[in-house]
Design a binder for this molecule. Structure first.
Ligand SMILES: C[S@@+](CC[C@H](N)C(=O)[O-])C[C@H]1O[C@@H](n2cnc3c(N)ncnc32)[C@H](O)[C@@H]1O
Length: 313
């Protein structure tokens, strides 16, 4: 059995769920090819903490969470209808949505049960902090407790950024091609941690959400990277110095606004890794990059999501 977790949503305003509130636990049984579309619909609806458990090759049990009582039974019925319509339009089997109410505090621990260690790219193994890591020869171990912040490493956008970082930071002649990096919208800190273990000497992580700042500090210290990662609450303007590279996994709208500012923090010859971008938004983001004298060197895609790698022209 394998497990994937997305925590929490990308498309709703990113905020931290209140562990003192009750939640709806939504469950759908679907097949693997249906998964992307269902995740997309659940995210658009504002669901959080999505998980997908595999049984055999094809079957998936998908869980997602919505706050109670802000979400009424009528809302759930509407979501169910949307999911059915999506499946009909895509010519897929109709998934059945079931829901139950979770009492306060259950939410924060429930999704953790579904999250298992996961190898990403060729060099990383992400392991929930509360589990014993499996053997991981040739891989750097990152122990993560994202708490209520985004960034378990399972969302496609996080994976695309991790894999891009790995490719970018391949050592040539023993020296990694970046010594400083900014991680804008650090969430759990997963990208900062990965960059540090892959060789970046100093990482500057920022996030507007104090919950994310706390999670990054916790994960940084738990992984023995205290002296390599500086964390601040805020955004681009809180990067304290010029950097060689910048990674940013937020939403396309936010990234579009930031693009004109990237040159103010990235050194000559520097590079960008940008995700949180839907595939049909990629063209706008690429055009904005080019208009600001960035060369789009690669586009990596996973499902509906993509990641742009750019360098300064
Ligand atoms: C999708 S999460 C990415 C987390 C992590 N970097 C990853 O790749 O898994 C986006 C994060 O960006 C933060 N954020 C949103 N708008 C921001 C902004 N304008 N400046 C800095 N951080 C922002 C959110 O609080 C959230 O933690």
């Amino acid at each position: 059995m394998s497990t994937t977790v997305a925590n929490p949503t990308l498309t709703a305003p990113v905020h931290s769920p209140d562990p003192n509130a009750a939640w709806w636990d939504l469950n759908l049984i679907a097949t693997a090819p249906q998964e992307d579309l269902i995740f997309w619909r659940l995210e658009s609806f504002g669901c959080q903490g999505m998980t997908s458990q595999s049984y055999g090759e094809e079957q998936r049990s998908i869980h997602a969470y919505l706050p109670w009582p802000q979400t009424t039974l009528l809302d759930l019925a509407a979501l169910s209808l949307r999911l059915q319509q999506d499946a009909l339009i895509a010519g897929q089997a109709i998934p059945q949505l079931h829901w139950e109410r979770l009492e306060p505090e259950d939410w924060s621990s429930t999704w953790k049960r579904h999250w298992q260690p996961q190898a990403i790219g060729d060099k990383l193994l992400i392991c929930p902090a509360w589990l014993e890591p499996p053997p991981h020869p040739g891989r750097h171990l990152l122990r993560m407790d994202p708490g209520m912040a985004f960034g378990t490493g399972i969302h496609p956008t996080t994976q695309l950024c991790l894999e891009s970082l790995e490719m970018r930071l391949e050592t040539w002649g023993g020296e990694p091609p970046a010594t400083t990096l900014a991680d804008v919208g650090c969430g759990s800190g997963i990208l900062s941690l990965a960059a540090a273990v892959l060789g970046v000497k100093q990482v500057f992580a920022v996030d507007t959400d104090p919950v994310a700042v706390q999670a990054t500090l916790l994960n940084r210290d738990m992984n023995g990277l205290t002296d390599r990662i500086t964390v601040a609450q805020g955004s681009l303007e809180h990067i304290p110095q010029m950097v060689d590279g910048l990674v940013c996994n937020i939403l396309a709208d936010v990234i579009l606004d930031m693009i004109p500012e990237f040159r103010l923090v990235v050194n000559e010859g520097g590079w960008l890794i940008l995700s949180g971008i839907l595939i049909d938004q990629a063209k706008f983001v690429a055009e904005m990059l080019e208009a600001n004298e960035w060369l789009v060197a690669a586009l990596w895609r996973r499902g509906e999501w993509c990641c742009l790698n750019a360098r300064m022209t």
